[in-house]
Design a protein around this ligand. Structure first.
Ligand code: DQA
Length: 143
Protein backbone atom coordinates (compact mmCIF):
# COMPACT_ATOMS: atom_id res chain seq x y z
CA UNK A 1 0.00 0.00 0.00
CA UNK A 2 1.32 3.43 -0.95
CA UNK A 3 0.45 6.53 1.01
CA UNK A 4 1.20 10.14 0.10
CA UNK A 5 1.51 12.63 2.97
CA UNK A 6 1.11 16.22 1.81
CA UNK A 7 1.87 19.27 3.94
CA UNK A 8 1.09 22.81 2.91
CA UNK A 9 2.76 26.16 3.60
CA UNK A 10 4.87 26.78 6.70
CA UNK A 11 4.68 23.17 7.94
CA UNK A 12 8.41 23.07 7.08
CA UNK A 13 8.79 25.71 9.84
CA UNK A 14 7.60 23.34 12.58
CA UNK A 15 9.72 23.69 15.71
CA UNK A 16 10.40 27.36 14.95
CA UNK A 17 6.88 28.47 14.13
CA UNK A 18 4.56 29.40 17.05
CA UNK A 19 5.67 26.50 19.31
CA UNK A 20 2.83 27.26 21.75
CA UNK A 21 0.40 26.22 19.00
CA UNK A 22 2.37 23.75 16.87
CA UNK A 23 4.84 22.28 19.40
CA UNK A 24 8.60 21.81 19.38
CA UNK A 25 9.01 18.97 16.90
CA UNK A 26 10.63 19.96 13.61
CA UNK A 27 9.41 19.03 10.12
CA UNK A 28 12.35 16.59 9.92
CA UNK A 29 11.10 14.95 13.17
CA UNK A 30 7.64 14.70 11.64
CA UNK A 31 8.93 13.04 8.46
CA UNK A 32 11.01 10.55 10.51
CA UNK A 33 8.01 9.75 12.69
CA UNK A 34 5.84 9.09 9.63
CA UNK A 35 8.54 7.02 7.89
CA UNK A 36 9.14 4.89 11.02
CA UNK A 37 5.42 4.27 11.39
CA UNK A 38 5.13 3.32 7.72
CA UNK A 39 8.01 0.85 8.04
CA UNK A 40 6.39 -0.79 11.09
CA UNK A 41 3.17 -1.18 9.14
CA UNK A 42 4.84 -2.42 5.93
CA UNK A 43 3.67 0.63 3.98
CA UNK A 44 5.34 2.72 1.34
CA UNK A 45 5.12 6.40 2.17
CA UNK A 46 6.14 9.62 0.46
CA UNK A 47 6.20 12.91 2.37
CA UNK A 48 5.78 16.07 0.30
CA UNK A 49 5.74 19.66 1.53
CA UNK A 50 5.24 22.83 -0.47
CA UNK A 51 4.46 26.47 0.13
CA UNK A 52 2.89 26.67 -3.33
CA UNK A 53 -0.75 25.86 -4.04
CA UNK A 54 -0.10 24.82 -7.66
CA UNK A 55 2.71 22.47 -6.61
CA UNK A 56 0.29 20.76 -4.21
CA UNK A 57 -2.30 20.45 -7.00
CA UNK A 58 0.41 18.94 -9.26
CA UNK A 59 1.43 16.45 -6.55
CA UNK A 60 -2.20 15.32 -6.08
CA UNK A 61 -2.67 14.93 -9.84
CA UNK A 62 0.57 12.94 -10.09
CA UNK A 63 -0.67 10.60 -7.34
CA UNK A 64 -3.36 9.31 -9.73
CA UNK A 65 -2.69 5.66 -10.48
CA UNK A 66 0.26 5.39 -8.09
CA UNK A 67 -0.96 6.08 -4.54
CA UNK A 68 -3.72 4.30 -2.61
CA UNK A 69 -4.34 6.96 0.02
CA UNK A 70 -3.55 10.57 0.86
CA UNK A 71 -2.97 12.26 4.22
CA UNK A 72 -3.20 16.00 3.74
CA UNK A 73 -2.60 19.02 5.93
CA UNK A 74 -3.19 21.85 3.45
CA UNK A 75 -2.28 24.34 6.24
CA UNK A 76 -3.49 27.85 5.33
CA UNK A 77 -4.80 26.56 1.96
CA UNK A 78 -7.34 24.54 3.94
CA UNK A 79 -9.31 27.72 4.35
CA UNK A 80 -8.97 29.08 0.81
CA UNK A 81 -8.24 26.46 -1.81
CA UNK A 82 -10.98 25.21 -4.09
CA UNK A 83 -8.15 24.07 -6.43
CA UNK A 84 -6.84 21.54 -3.87
CA UNK A 85 -10.38 20.29 -3.21
CA UNK A 86 -10.97 19.88 -6.95
CA UNK A 87 -7.66 18.02 -7.40
CA UNK A 88 -8.63 15.53 -4.67
CA UNK A 89 -12.04 15.05 -6.30
CA UNK A 90 -10.38 14.61 -9.69
CA UNK A 91 -8.06 11.76 -8.61
CA UNK A 92 -10.65 10.24 -6.27
CA UNK A 93 -8.02 8.78 -3.92
CA UNK A 94 -9.27 8.28 -0.33
CA UNK A 95 -7.96 11.14 1.83
CA UNK A 96 -7.75 12.12 5.49
CA UNK A 97 -7.42 15.78 6.51
CA UNK A 98 -5.05 16.52 9.40
CA UNK A 99 -4.42 19.65 11.45
CA UNK A 100 -1.81 19.77 14.17
CA UNK A 101 -3.68 22.44 16.13
CA UNK A 102 -7.30 22.39 17.30
CA UNK A 103 -8.58 24.61 14.51
CA UNK A 104 -12.13 24.60 15.91
CA UNK A 105 -10.86 26.61 18.93
CA UNK A 106 -9.07 29.21 16.80
CA UNK A 107 -9.98 32.24 14.64
CA UNK A 108 -13.22 32.42 12.65
CA UNK A 109 -11.31 32.34 9.34
CA UNK A 110 -9.96 28.91 10.23
CA UNK A 111 -13.43 27.41 10.60
CA UNK A 112 -13.87 26.91 6.86
CA UNK A 113 -12.23 23.87 5.29
CA UNK A 114 -12.68 23.19 1.59
CA UNK A 115 -10.93 19.79 1.67
CA UNK A 116 -13.27 18.60 4.45
CA UNK A 117 -15.95 18.25 1.80
CA UNK A 118 -13.85 15.49 0.23
CA UNK A 119 -11.89 13.91 3.11
CA UNK A 120 -13.59 10.85 4.65
CA UNK A 121 -12.11 11.81 8.03
CA UNK A 122 -10.63 14.90 9.70
CA UNK A 123 -8.22 14.78 12.65
CA UNK A 124 -7.48 18.03 14.49
CA UNK A 125 -5.61 19.01 17.63
CA UNK A 126 -3.67 15.78 18.19
CA UNK A 127 -0.32 17.33 17.30
CA UNK A 128 1.87 15.33 14.95
CA UNK A 129 0.32 12.05 16.21
CA UNK A 130 -2.65 13.07 14.07
CA UNK A 131 -0.69 12.02 10.96
CA UNK A 132 -0.24 8.50 12.37
CA UNK A 133 -3.94 8.33 13.24
CA UNK A 134 -4.69 9.38 9.67
CA UNK A 135 -2.53 6.52 8.36
CA UNK A 136 -4.45 4.11 10.66
CA UNK A 137 -7.74 5.44 9.27
CA UNK A 138 -6.53 4.86 5.70
CA UNK A 139 -5.38 1.33 6.58
CA UNK A 140 -8.76 0.51 8.08
CA UNK A 141 -10.48 1.91 5.01
CA UNK A 142 -8.26 0.27 2.40
CA UNK A 143 -7.53 -3.16 3.89
C1 DQA B 1 -2.88 24.04 10.43
C2 DQA B 1 -3.97 25.03 10.82
C3 DQA B 1 -4.12 26.12 9.76
O1 DQA B 1 -5.14 27.01 10.13
C4 DQA B 1 -2.82 26.90 9.63
O2 DQA B 1 -2.93 27.85 8.61
C5 DQA B 1 -1.65 26.02 9.45
C6 DQA B 1 -1.56 24.75 10.16
C7 DQA B 1 -2.61 22.99 11.52
O3 DQA B 1 -1.94 22.01 11.20
O4 DQA B 1 -3.05 23.15 12.66
O5 DQA B 1 -0.68 26.40 8.77
O6 DQA B 1 -3.29 23.35 9.26
Amino acid sequence: MKILVINGPNINMLGIREPGIYGNETYKDLVEKIEDYAKKNWLEVKCFQSNHEGAIVDEIQNAYGSFDGIVINPAAYTHTSVAILDALKAVSIPAVEVHISEVSQREAFRQISYVREYAFKTITGHGTDGYLEAIDALLERLR
